[in-house]
Design a protein around this ligand. Structure first.
Ligand SMILES: [Zn+2]
Length: 283
């Protein structure tokens, strides 16, 4: 959306939930390319698309629910992970990158599958230069101010580009079944990478505070370097100057798994402590 004023008039938070069972449906998928092209033309660019819940991921549901190729139909910017939490996902300019536990980054294969993700189509609603950021909390404060000016109950993706004096990221090694909960998996298999003076883009998602049952309220940051060789989930950062672009998004669409194991999960269980730990490394 280009005009914020128009968007505010039109803003209505629409939430919808769907089961995603097209994973096995490869024939039908390739059969109707015309329909797909038509669909792309009419795609609502103002929707945050979410695969499963951060709560299902945190509880150890790491099976892929949709393919990377399908995820790309729902957005060109985003964050997430892959089957078996095989690395951190960064979606930027329509490309899906996989920052692996060994510190390398690759383009994710189209048939790789996704247990958790948020994506949208990025349209810059607002831009600002942000300077002299000492740590991640200082960045959160500034981004939150701009979000709140536009309405704190909207979703927002931010693209922040620049050179980062400090960029501490993590990824993790691929998990094997039976899957442990995410905090237990990360306790042994998280790998951290600390970069200095690195050029790249932070992809950040803001979720409103009522999202604590489906995701995590506030900010979630991933990073990819300009050369697409380094990236991950951001634990800490610092920079002198960077350009932030905001895409404020008033709609929400969520896809769930019809798999029996997913349906057996107790997803209302409070895992907020575990989520804080896996997101920030803090207890
Ligand atoms: Zn992350």
């Amino acid at each position: 959306m280009k005009k914020l004023s128009a968007f505010i008039l039109a803003a209505a938070l629409l939430l919808s939930f769907t089961a995603c069972s097209s994973q096995q449906d490869t024939k039908a998928e390739s059969a109707d390319k015309t329909a797909k092209a038509e669909k792309a033309e009419t795609t609502n660019r103002e929707t945050i698309y979410q695969v499963a819940l951060l709560q299902s991921l945190t509880q150890g549901y790491y099976d892929g629910i949709i393919k990377v190729s399908e995820l790309k139909e729902h957005g060109d910017i985003g964050i997430g992970t892959f089957e078996g939490v095989n690395g951190e996902m960064i979606v930027l300019d329509g490309k899906v990158y996989q920052a692996l536990g060994d510190g390398t980054v690759q383009k994710a294969a189209d048939d790789e599958t996704v247990p958790f993700s948020n994506v949208t189509f990025f349209d810059s609603d607002e831009k600002e230069e942000i300077s002299k950021i000492k740590d991640i909390n200082a960045l959160k404060d500034i981004l939150t101010k701009t979000v709140e000016k536009n309405g704190k109950n909207m979703f927002c993706f931010v693209k922040l580009s620049g050179e980062f004096e400090k960029m501490n990221v993590r990824s993790e090694l691929k998990q094997k079944k039976p899957y442990k909960t995410l905090d237990k998996a990360l306790a042994t298999d998280q790998r951290e990478f600390n970069y200095k003076n690195i050029k790249g883009t932070v992809v950040a998602l803001y979720c409103p505070d009522y999202m604590d049952g489906l995701n995590t309220p506030g900010w979630h940051f991933h990073f990819i370097s300009d050369d697409k060789e380094k990236g991950g989930h951001i634990l800490e950062l610092a920079f002198d100057k960077a350009e932030a672009e905001y895409d404020i998004t008033p709609e929400f669409d969520m896809c769930l798994s019809d798999n029996g194991d997913f349906q057996k999960m107790e997803l209302a269980k409070d895992v907020s402590g575990a989520i804080k730990k896996v997101e920030t490394n803090e207890d």
